[in-house]
Every structure is written in structure tokens, then in C-alpha cells.
Ligand binder design. Structure first.
Ligand SMILES: *[C@@H]1O[C@H](CO)[C@@H](O)[C@H](O)[C@H]1NC(C)=O
Ligand SMILES: *[C@@H]1O[C@H](CO)[C@@H](O)[C@H](O)[C@H]1NC(C)=O
Ligand SMILES: *[C@@H]1O[C@H](CO)[C@@H](O)[C@H](O)[C@H]1NC(C)=O
Ligand SMILES: *[C@@H]1O[C@H](CO)[C@@H](O)[C@H](O)[C@H]1NC(C)=O
Length: 435
């Protein structure tokens, strides 16, 4: 065991021995570079010269689009490159080392931040940067940015979002730190190689601008990248739009039933329940924001309003028809009652006659004129009743005609609304696909 141990130790020493010269060169170089380095000094010989920081950005993934809180979460790969005039060496003096990595904490670094960030950026704390022999420092890091963005949900699910990421130095003015693009702006704009394709969002482009922000503290250089993304709508079309259109078509089909049919109410109620269940199910699929309501939400509400309107119309119609039927049943009864009354009155004098055999003739005359009067009044009351009934019937018929007209109007509005819905969706889709 001891022999094995000593062997291992010897082996270890030998291994360090073989790589000893290079190892010492790199240590020597690092020591050399950092010995007289002051990281608190901006690395320029001439202080009036600005340090130019070159920025580059790859959008890697869109992690979350939160319309309710107006936040966008993206994963980006960010690179900054600058020249450090104090970090350079003669490669032939250091074993041809062209690049070494140095701890970021040991050298000067620009204080560039993203203006829109609203949450702690989660980026792995990478401790090293690369420096080459002419003093160019490269710092690359992946960042998860949660940025504030004004998200428009109006055209959901055919929406395009435009969120900006603005980089600038938090403290240094443009006289000290200037910004520039590492690649050409066209390259940055159309670079989608790093983007993960199979998410809900599709990267359209990353246009960028350089400008100088002037405020009371001075002029600041800033670079703005606009991340333009568009939603893939297929899943929403299949799960949201098509079912809603089907429900509307079913509802439209109910106009095919005669308007005075009671089954229509049952049918409409069924559709209304179906619609409610559908909306409750879909409520978390539709993004909500206080600023803008999605157009399809408005459409759902309008559809519901139409459903309720036509349902109440059907109920009204059935009520009128029911009234009519009731009065239709009552009428013969009344007539019958009238007949029995008339019979009774007619029988009465006869009974009187039968009862009073010794009655005088004038009495009979009186009785006869009494019955005539009674008949007359009965006839009048009947004719009054019939007239009133006719008037009521007339009014009912007018009401019914009005309701039937309303039914037709509603049907036309349904058609118009469905047409508008379809046209709007198609134009939104056309706008979406024209990007
Ligand atoms: C680098 O060092 C070599 C050898 O020491 C020397 O010949 C050469 O001139 C130096 N180059 C520069 C740019 O100083
Ligand atoms: C160091 O990197 C910069 C930028 O990539 C390049 O322009 C320069 O030529 C490199 N220097 C050496 C000595 O390779
Ligand atoms: C994105 O928004 C910025 C302003 O924030 C605007 O300048 C730019 O034109 C917009 N880009 C697109 C493609 O809409
Ligand atoms: C995403 O798709 C584009 C073309 O649309 C392709 O160039 C790119 O390599 C794809 N990215 C990934 C990560 O697959």
C-alpha cells in the first residue's frame, strides 16, 4: 500500500514536472499582467479617450409572456468586448500564449445594465473573461431577463409583440464609455440560429438602434435591441376559435326551428350552458391585461349577449302564445256559461209561469218584455265580449308579428356578426402572416 502510494506521488510529481514550463509561463504571465494592474482605473492611457464597449446579443428562448403583469421573460446570450490598454503582452516572450482567462473580479469591467429589467436577472455568475495578447477582453454570459414590456393582447391569438432591451452604462457618460455593435446590425437582426424553435413564440427579428440619451446627468450612450416575436396561433385556433364558431353555428341552427316552438327554448338554454362551460374552461387560455382586451373575448361576450337576447325573445313569444291558447280555452267556457245563464233566464219565466197559473195577462206581458230585455242585454254583453276579444286578438297578433319581425332581425344580426367575426379573424390572420 505504501509502495502504491509513493508511486502515485511520484507519478503526480512527474505529471506536474512535464507540464511545468507551460504552467509557469501562464502563471508568470498572469502575475505579470495583474501585478501592477489597478482595476479601479478605466483602462486607457489618455483619460479623455472613451472606452468603447462592443455589444452583441443572441435571443435564445422566450420563456414567458405575462400579459397580466406586462412582463417578458427571455433567455439571451450576451457578449461584451472592450479593449484594455493595460492588458497586453509580447506573445514570443510568454511561450506563444495568445489568450488567457483572467478573473473578472480582478480587472476593470464596464457597468452595463438592461434598463427594462424588473426582476433579478438570473445569470450564472461566471467568474472569468478571456483576454488576448493585444488587450481585447471578451465577456460572454447567458442571462435570463425579466423585462417590462407593453404587451398588446388585442389581436390574440394572432398577436405580435415588440419588446425592447436597452443596454447602457448606469453611471458613465458617453465621454467615458461608448457603445457599439460587435456584428453588423443586419446580422443581428436576422440571426435566429440560437433560437429554440419549438416554443409557442416565434422570433421574427431583432432590430437594433444606437442612440444617445440626454438627461440632466449627462449624455449616455445606449443600444436598444427590439425583440419582435409572434405567437403560433394553431393551438388556439383549434381549441378556441373553431369550437366557438361551431357553437355559434349550432345557435344559428336554432332559427331553423319555428319560432313558436317550445323546443327552441330548451335548445337555446342548452347552447347557453354549453357556451358558459366553454368560456369557463377557456378562461385561463386567453391572456388578460388591464390595458387591452383581446378581441375574441369581446366576441365571446357579444355572442353571449345575442344568445341571451334570443332566448328572452323566445320566452316572450311562448308567453304570448300561451296567453292566446289560454284565452282560446276560456272562450268556449265563457260562452257555455253565457248559454247556461241565458237558458236559466229563459227557464225562469217558464217556471214562474208554471208556478203562477192564476197570474194575469199584464203580468205575463211584463214577464215577456223582461225576458226580451234580458236577452237584449245578454246579446249586448256577448257582442261586447266578442269585440273585446277581437281587440285583444288584434293586439296579440300585432305583438306576435312584432316578435316574428324581431326574430328575423335577430337572425340577420347573427349572420352579420358571424360575418364580421370571420372577416376580422381573417384580416388579423393576414396581418399576422404578412410579417
Ligand atoms: C517581442 O519579444 C521578442 C523577443 O524578446 C522581440 O524580438 C520582439 O521585438 C518583441 N515584439 C514587440 C512587439 O515588442
Ligand atoms: C484580439 O482580439 C481582437 C478582437 O477579437 C482581434 O481584433 C485582435 O487581432 C486579437 N489579437 C490577437 C493578437 O490575436
Ligand atoms: C418596436 O418598438 C420600437 C419602439 O419601442 C419601435 O421603434 C420599433 O419600430 C418597433 N418595431 C416593430 C417591428 O414594430
Ligand atoms: C430554427 O429555425 C431556423 C429556420 O427557421 C433555423 O435556421 C434554426 O437553426 C432553428 N434553430 C434551432 C435551434 O433549431
Amino acid at each position: 500500500q505504501i509502495r502504491f502510494h509513493s508511486c502515485a506521488v511520484v507519478g503526480g510529481i512527474q505529471a506536474t514536472d512535464t507540464s511545468h514550463p507551460r504552467n509557469s509561463a501562464i502563471r508568470h504571465l498572469t502575475k505579470n499582467l495583474l501585478q501592477k494592474y489597478h482595476k479601479e482605473v478605466r483602462p486607457v492611457h489618455n483619460w479623455s479617450e472613451a472606452t468603447t464597449v462592443y455589444l452583441d446579443l443572441f435571443v435564445h428562448a422566450v420563456l414567458d409572456v405575462d400579459a397580466q403583469n406586462q412582463k417578458l421573460k427571455t433567455s439571451i446570450w450576451y457578449r461584451e468586448v472592450w479593449d484594455d490598454e493595460f492588458l497586453y503582452w509580447n506573445t514570443s516572450m510568454f511561450d506563444d500564449i495568445r489568450e488567457i482567462s483572467l478573473p473578472l473580479s480582478a480587472i476593470w469591467a464596464p457597468d452595463i445594465i438592461i434598463n427594462e429589467f424588473v426582476d433579478i436577472e438570473r445569470s450564472p455568475d461566471l467568474p472569468y473573461v478571456y483576454v488576448n495578447s493585444s488587450g481585447t477582453v471578451r465577456n460572454t454570459k447567458p442571462i435570463q431577463v425579466v423585462s417590462a414590456c407593453s404587451l398588446e393582447t388585442y389581436a390574440f391569438p394572432f398577436d405580435i409583440q415588440n419588446c425592447s432591451l436597452t443596454f447602457n452604462s448606469i453611471l458613465h457618460t458617453v465621454e467615458d464609455i461608448d457603445l457599439a455593435f460587435l456584428r453588423s446590425r443586419e446580422d443581428i437582426k436576422h440571426d435566429k440560429k440560437a433560437f429554440l424553435n419549438d416554443s409557442e413564440w416565434e422570433l421574427l427579428s431583432v432590430p437594433s438602434t444606437y442612440n444617445i440619451l440626454q438627461n440632466s446627468a449627462g449624455d449616455f450612450a445606449q443600444i436598444q435591441f427590439n425583440v419582435v416575436i409572434r405567437r403560433r396561433p394553431l393551438v388556439y385556433v383549434v381549441s378556441l376559435l373553431i369550437p366557438s364558431i361551431f357553437l355559434m353555428l349550432v345557435d344559428l341552427g336554432s332559427f331553423y326551428l319555428p319560432p313558436n316552438c317550445r323546443a327552441r327554448i330548451v335548445f337555446k338554454t342548452g347552447v347557453l350552458v354549453g357556451y358558459t362551460v366553454f368560456r369557463v374552461n377557456m378562461s385561463d387560455e386567453v391572456p388578460r391585461s388591464a390595458a387591452s382586451t383581446p378581441l375574441i373575448e369581446i366576441f365571446f361576450t357579444v355572442c353571449m349577449a345575442f344568445l341571451v337576447l334570443s332566448l328572452s325573445k323566445s320566452i316572450l313569444l311562448i308567453k304570448f302564445l300561451h296567453d292566446e291558447r289560454c284565452s282560446g280555452q276560456e272562450r268556449p267556457l265563457l260562452c257555455l256559461r253565457g248559454d247556461t245563464d241565458a237558458d236559466g233566464t229563459r227557464m225562469d219565466p217558464k217556471a214562474q209561469l208554471a208556478g203562477n197559473t192564476e197570474s194575469p195577462i199584464c203580468q205575463e206581458h211584463q214577464a215577456q218584455s223582461g225576458t226580451l230585455k234580458e236577452v237584449w242585454s245578454q246579446l249586448r254583453s256577448i257582442s261586447d265580449y266578442v269585440q273585446a276579444q277581437e281587440q285583444a286578438d288584434q293586439r296579440e297578433i300585432e305583438w306576435l308579428a312584432l316578435l316574428y319581425r324581431f326574430d328575423r332581425l335577430l337572425f340577420r344580426s347573427y349572420i352579420i356578426m358571424l360575418g364580421l367575426y370571420t372577416i376580422t379573424l381573417c384580416s388579423l390572420w393576414a396581418l399576422w402572416s404578412s410579417w
